[in-house]
Design a protein around this ligand. Sequence first.
Ligand code: GRF
Length: 221
Amino acid sequence: MKRPRITAVISGRGRNLQALIAAVADGRITADLTAVLSNRADAAGLDYARAAGVHVVVVPHDAYADRAEFDFALAAALRAQLPDIVALAGFMRILGADFVREFEGRMLNIHPSLLPKHKGLHTHAAVLRDADAEHGATVHFVTPQLDGGPRVIQGRFSVNAHDDAQSLAERVMTDIELKIYPQAVAWLARGELRFEHGQAWFRGRPLTEPLTLNDLEPAFR
Ligand code: GRF
């Protein structure tokens, strides 16, 4: 099998991107990260990409008249990379249905909540507002429903009385996101994870519930 080509799409800090770069570099993800796309030229994550020698493409969303035009330009830039896997890694724009359908089945996203709870922005504040007992993050296949595609893996922890939105964000990132995203991309690269008939499949079985931290391979813990 040829080595899959990954393109990551970011908007910001790029901690998830850094984790993907590290996992490709040390061979845990058996694929090549061939490009990083960003809708912001000032995304800090682009520096990690450049430092790792990864090709960088900026498609500035504010240079386009509307979302459809931006989507069109971003899709063209993405298509040009011939990606087998598209990893949205802190990409903060909503993608239109045509865009999503073109890459459906090979596009993953990481979202900082226990989906289907708290779709969209400000998830950590929402957890505190609702006095949730647990919080976490979810990797899912991207479908036209915002943060609504089939879930692949979800990591969770108990919210503490002294947690604030900042501590939750840090715990979600460090304890959950940076582990589950490289693992999910590694499974997709190996063909152990698939998207078929609108569902996520893992090692030949449909995932009715997402995988958990217990399913992480030792190298990803
Ligand atoms: C992460 O919390 C991710 O789940 C969300 O946006 C944030 C991006 O952080 N989609 P980073 O750019 O990976 O540091």
